[in-house]
Design a protein around this ligand. Sequence first.
Ligand code: HSE
Length: 315
Amino acid sequence: MKVSVKVPATTANFGSGFDCFGMALPIYNLITIEETVLPGTGIEINIMSETDDDDEFAIEHIPKDENNIIYKAVEMLYNSIGQSPSELKINIKSQIPIAKGLGSSASIIVGGLLAANELLGRPADEAALLSIATEVEGHPDNVVPAIVGGLVLTSQEEDGSIVYRKLAWPEEWHLTVCVPDYELATDISRSVLPKEVPLKNATFNTRRTAMFIEALHSKDAELMKLALQDKLHQPYRTKLVPGLQDIMDNLKHEENVIGCVLSGAGPSILIISQKNNLDKIKSIVSETWENYNVKTDIRTYKVEEKGAQILDSIA
Ligand code: HSE
């Protein structure tokens, strides 16, 4: 049997909502898992990049054996029903840039889990898939929108269960994703975060996540400008993202810009804006990054309301 799953990219955090808010974007990875007939062939993992820029280097450094996150996710699913995976061929066609803060790893985990669940006759329900995916990824804000689509408020509870609610994104607010030509691994981007933060910074973010929900609800761009500010993660990560601070400063007073935040753990930047000065915004970002000898791919997207989809299931 062979199953193919299409999984969207995601952008997480939205500034203040660190490890909480995530949104699916219309860029996709295609993950296929095939049960091979020859016993003893073990697990084969192939990754092919279909991005415009060159992901070859990143792909070379991704483990193609049992240490790959897709294998870990699939193994946890099999183990949850008392089985072990074997004789599986896993193909990943990657259009989501790797190590750029766009949920590439979450999409692979989700694709592997959904495909394996289908192969096994769907033993896991959505709640079980969300828990396994979050355990492998470490936080729920990428995996949940990759599974359910849209903009999502997510939480991993102390018992490991996942609570989520979908939120509506105002159609008139544009989402522009700026991807630089350098990579930043999530574990490095998390390693610079402090274990403890000042209470005043925690309460700063608490207020802003509350504002985020109300700003969405009332489509209040002025409130959203405040809501996107963050003191929990971006200040520590700025040093890992050359050009970020300048881009934020240069966009601060630009007409129609609502906010500029790191996409996930970075290094990509997400710009939220209204109306039609997208070309100006894009040239400010690319010119600022040019000063750092950084090339960029900048595109404006709509929210992908659909989560991961099973495309083929061939017996
Ligand atoms: N919320 C996570 C982080 C997303 O910012 O580290 C990682 O993609």
